[in-house]
Design a protein around this ligand. Sequence first.
Ligand code: ARG
Length: 465
Amino acid sequence: MSNKMWGGRFSERPDEIMEEINVSIDVDRHLFAQDIAASKAHAAMLASQGIITASDAKNIGKGLDTILSEIGKGGFAFKRALEDIHMNVESRLSELIGPAAGRLHTARSRNDQVATDFRLFVRDVIDETDAALAAFQAALVERALEHAGTVMPGFTHLQTAQPVTFGHHLLAYVEMAARDRGRFQDARKRLNESPLGAAALAGTSFPIDRHATAKALAFDRPMANSLDAVSDRDFVLETLSAASICAVHMSRFAEEIVIWTSPLVGLIRLSDKFTTGSSIMPQKRNPDAAELVRAKTGRVIGALNGLLIVMKGLPLAYQKDMQEDKQGAMEGFAALSLAVRAMTGMVRDLVPDAAKMKLAAGEGYATATDLADWLVRTLKMPFREAHHVTGRIVARAAEGGVALHDLPLADMQAIEPKITKDVLGVLSVESSVKSRTSFGGTAPKNVAAQAKAWAKRLEKERKLG
Ligand code: ARG
């Protein structure tokens, strides 16, 4: 026979190149656990609906368990000639239990099978990513609490803007990760419906119970439309978009680590654990992990782009193009997982140079806004005018090559006679950050409170499991 599954209609073997382009086992073998779980649920349902006998269902279940353990132990011979995971499992099942294996495929198709398997797989990916992001947040929160009062330069346009605290900067990423987790959870809600039982595209004439299989696989409900169930891969696209946004967050943080560890900047140091040396330049300490996080982002976004392009021209229902949904997505998810774990490791590892940070925070007239705010508050000057006066004072300080707080009071008074020595109180970087007590602002008190609130929230979440 040319093919065990559809040999009735075929008399010739496939061409070698046909087999090569058609085969998907190298990729979809990663769905083995989901495939077996879905088959077990299907077989049990067939029996309880009286579609197959209880004894056949029992043998099928036992055989599937054997296959699961064979694959788990690495003792399963995946065959390329059997194309994909579904046919590899079914073929082995018939070796193990004989003709009863042939009853498993009643009232289903590989089309609903693969859609079910991949939904289960992506659901697991979401749960793992959520846990990894929670660990990333916990690491950030711990360091933020430690550095709630460590002053560093805040940047816009990568120019020194205003002093902020290092803890505040780290907590920004905690917020981003929280939204990332929210996006994954949203995707999970929409993903969690079962395609199983949609069969090839039209449903089936057998009296199946799709609610039962949905429940057995912890789906919220069966998908309502059999054509939709086998046709759409929006659950992968949606999860990949959440993954892409998350990867972009990781990449931006990684980029900051690359900048901060450059000897030109030197705001933080990474240990030997997260750096590499150079084979020729003995002095080098390269932030390879951060650079690779930046680069892995390309893989994640690439996977999203790739699948959008695969899907965009496909009429309903299943088309073989859709077999190409898995490789890029699996690689993209793996890349993100690695990126999140590497960032978590670097957050725990990095050591800020507090003295250098403080010095840098005061450079570039970073407290100029504090001076302008003082003019508004104390002299009741309109902000626009205060901005102008401060600009002239900064220009004077720059001419003399001194920092704002080192500029003689007389020089300031030459520009605005009403300025008093009280102004000196707002020109240090410490007083600058301390004054920023507005909601969400960088004041160390705010930052410590935020970090504590996050620590509590994450702890509570962890306890709830
Ligand atoms: N290996 C296929 C995939 O991943 C399974 C579905 C095949 N269905 C079919 N009608 N050829 O999409």
